[in-house]
Write a protein that binds this ligand. Structure first.
Ligand SMILES: *Cc1c(COP(=O)(O)O)cnc(C)c1O
Length: 224
């Protein structure tokens, strides 16, 4: 099933759009199966799930962190696993990542998560605060801003996601135009199972897909 799903999605994605397999609640074996079917990037929400999956899959894939990072789980062991952290929205956390990455001689690419709906209960920076945060991060040596990420609504009519994606695309283009030093606005990560086609129309070049690859999740939706 996973094999067919991956093949179908990969066949229809336009060139230049990277697929992140969102692996929350999946077993290491399922993650490995996705990689053997052609997945190149795994997205993990939880360090405790990433570790056993990484043991099985290792460097056969790249690893993106797409969950909520708390300061106390910014650990060197986790930073060694991940090739990108997509969910940066506070200076405090990113400074901690910078400090720990300096100790292992790593420069971590990060995406800034935009709260494109300005919903207080959702994570991400409000659109008007993104530039300030990016300027602050640009002075850190072991973290490098590589673009933006947004969630948007998970369910409902896919078209309902478009305004969130448009908002984020506009911020992306504006900040890219500023040509800030040590900031490379390369990636726009938007769209999930429900909405990725709309996201691609709005210039996403990373889409994060879980359900359409692995099937439905039985667990309650994690709080993000
Ligand atoms: C779960 C998750 C996804 C994938 O969601 P699906 O609807 O299963 O495709 C994408 N991004 C993030 C941050 C997630 O937590």
């Amino acid at each position: 099933m996973i094999r067919e799903n991956v093949a179908r999605i990969l066949a229809e994605l336009p060139d230049g759009v990277e697929l992140v397999a969102a692996a929350k609640t999946r077993t290491p074996e399922e993650v490995l199966e996705a990689v053997q079917a052609g997945i190149k990037i795994i997205g993990e929400n939880y360090i405790r799930e990433a570790k056993p999956a990484y043991k099985v899959v290792g460097k056969k894939a790249r690893w993106h962190f797409i969950g909520t990072l708390q300061k106390h789980n910014v650990r060197i062991k986790a930073l060694e696993i991940f090739d990108m952290i997509e969910t940066i929205h506070t200076l405090e956390i990113v400074k901690e990542i910078d400090r720990k990455c300096a100790r292992i001689g790593k420069v971590m690419p990060v995406l800034i998560e935009i709260n494109s709906g300005r919903e207080p209960q959702k994570s991400g920076v409000f659109p008007e605060d993104a530039e300030r945060l990016i300027r602050d991060i640009s002075s850190l040596r072991n973290v490098k801003v590589a673009g933006l990420m947004t969630m948007g609504p998970r369910f409902g009519n896919p078209e309902d996601s478009r305004p969130y994606f448009v908002e984020t695309r506009k911020i992306f283009e504006r900040i890219k135009g500023l040509n800030l030093p040590n900031v490379e606005m390369q990636y726009l990560s938007m769209g999930m199972t429900n909405s990725y086609k709309i996201a691609i129309e709005e210039n996403a070049n990373i889409v994060r897909i879980g359900t359409k690859i692995f099937g439905g999740r039985t667990e309650p939706e994690p709080v993000l």
